[in-house]
Design a protein around this ligand. Structure first.
Ligand SMILES: [Ca+2]
Ligand SMILES: [Ca+2]
Length: 447
């Protein structure tokens, strides 16, 4: 169309120049008609051209605004808020790209899922949302003699089978009973007389005597017996002394206190008497705030007491460590080509456990797992001194897990430490070292 319009203009100009030749040129009216048409055509072209320009401008501004949004998104972008942990804590408040959060469970719970999560470029979190699962203290079948284990938070209790008692149903119920022999009297012929007490005091009581057909029979209240001095005096039975070496087991697991007409069991400091009255149960000073740990310390409940612990990151040559959670230190990035630094452990984790004295062995005390394997080989080994080697060994339990085994019972009171090293190798070259320090607080008593 544009070419056509140009041709018409050219024809008009040509004719105006060569009007003298006359007869082949169109008339003035015809030219004016053509010119009007050309004008129309040009207006139409102008309108369409302007429309195209406007469209183009719109597209450019749309592109500019979307590019601007994307830039600001990249700068201020955050990952979605993470759910709080039930029975645990989340460390790290920043949800910006590249930032990391850590998860910790309360004592008695174990973390299932990712220990750390990173806010990725895609504005999603790496890994899986973890949960804090109640540690099943019944997993090691601690109840003996067909007792039923009941898992509780940070502890367990045993429901003992008939004939057994104790925290772990370890003791048979005494089969002997205190029987006060008394003679039955026929009501018709009975004439009851209470004789005055021969001596006074709680351990001595008057007997109750009945004369039947001229014969006197005297009886005592439960817990008392005819003194031997005379029939009219009852003396307290010293159950603690009487059953001290009973074949069916001790009356009390710790100490027996004789009382008038009975006895009671007592426990050492740090323990309460259990409901059955025979055994002792640890007092949880950490849960009941009966401890004096300072704010920067953690309270670890132990059997018969508690410990205040504080994790300080190790001071090691060639490397520096930073605390990433109350129980974990991680190495700061090593300078490039600093081999001495890269050979030092990547992290130190600290774990504290309370156990009773003379815990039976062998048993698994602790498991160390790699979340993901970087190298081609994973190795678990036991570090620490003679004491650690005397009581522990480290075994692999599956491809990514090593376990610390107690092989010799520990006699308390004692504090025993063991270190489990997990190292990753790639073509026999070490690519990572992770140290887990386990501290066992062993109680003095075995209940
Ligand atoms: Ca008594
Ligand atoms: Ca305690």
């Amino acid at each position: 169309m544009f070419i056509c319009a140009v041709n018409v203009i050219f024809l008009v100009c040509f004719c105006s120049l060569h009007q003298t030749f006359g007869q082949d040129c169109p008339s003035r009216n015809e030219i004016q008609g053509s010119l009007r048409q050309v004008q129309k055509l040009l207006s139409a072209h102008e309108a369409s051209y302007m429309q195209s320009l406007r469209n183009l401008k719109k597209k450019i501004s749309a592109l500019q605004s979307s590019a601007g949004k994307q830039t600001s998104k990249t700068i201020n972008s955050t990952c979605p808020k993470l759910d709080a942990l039930i029975n645990g804590r989340k460390l790290g408040k920043s949800h910006l790209v590249g930032h990391e959060v850590y998860f910790l469970c309360d004592p008695g719970y174990e973390l299932v899922g990712s220990e750390t999560r990173v806010c990725q470029e895609t504005l999603t979190w790496s890994g899986q949302q973890p949960i804090c699962q109640d540690i099943n203290e019944c997993a090691s079948s601690p109840c003996l003699n067909a007792g039923t284990c009941v898992d509780e938070v940070n502890q367990f209790s045993c429901v003992c089978a008939k004939g057994w008692t104790g925290a772990t149903c370890q003791s048979p119920v005494p089969t002997f009973l205190i029987t006060i022999t008394n003679t039955s009297a026929t009501a018709a012929a009975a004439a009851a007389t209470t004789f005055p007490a021969a001596t006074t005091g709680p351990f001595v009581r008057p007997s109750r005597c009945t004369t039947v057909q001229g014969t006197t029979h005297c009886t005592c209240e439960p817990g008392y017996t005819i003194s031997g001095r005379d029939s009219y005096t009852c003396a307290d039975i010293d159950e603690c002394e009487l059953f001290h070496n009973g074949q069916a087991g001790r009356l009390c697991l710790h100490a027996c206190v004789n009382t008038p007409g009975g006895y009671r069991c007592s426990c050492p400091a740090g323990y309460d008497v259990t409901r059955d009255g025979r055994s002792c149960k640890d007092i949880d000073e950490c849960a009941t705030r009966q401890n004096n740990c300072s704010k920067d310390q953690m309270c670890i409940n132990t059997f018969g007491g508690f410990q205040c612990v504080r994790v300080d990151c190790p001071k090691i040559r060639n490397a520096t460590y930073v605390k990433t959670s109350p129980m974990r230190c991680e190495r700061n990035p090593c300078p490039v080509e600093n081999k001495a630094c890269s050979q030092t452990p990547n992290s130190f984790s600290y774990h504290y456990m309370a156990v009773v004295s003379n815990l039976s062995a062998p048993r698994v005390m602790f498991r160390v797992s790699a979340l993901r394997q970087i190298g081609d080989t994973l190795r678990f080994s036991l570090l620490g001194g003679k004491q650690a080697r005397r009581h522990f060994t480290v075994q692999r339990s599956d491809r990514l897990t090593g376990q610390l085994m107690l092989v010799t019972p520990v006699q308390g009171p004692a504090t025993v430490e063991a270190e489990v090293e997990m190292s990753e190798l790639e073509r026999r070259v070490q690519v990572g070292r992770y140290i887990t320090k386990v501290t066992l607080f062993v109680s003095q008593y075995d209940f």
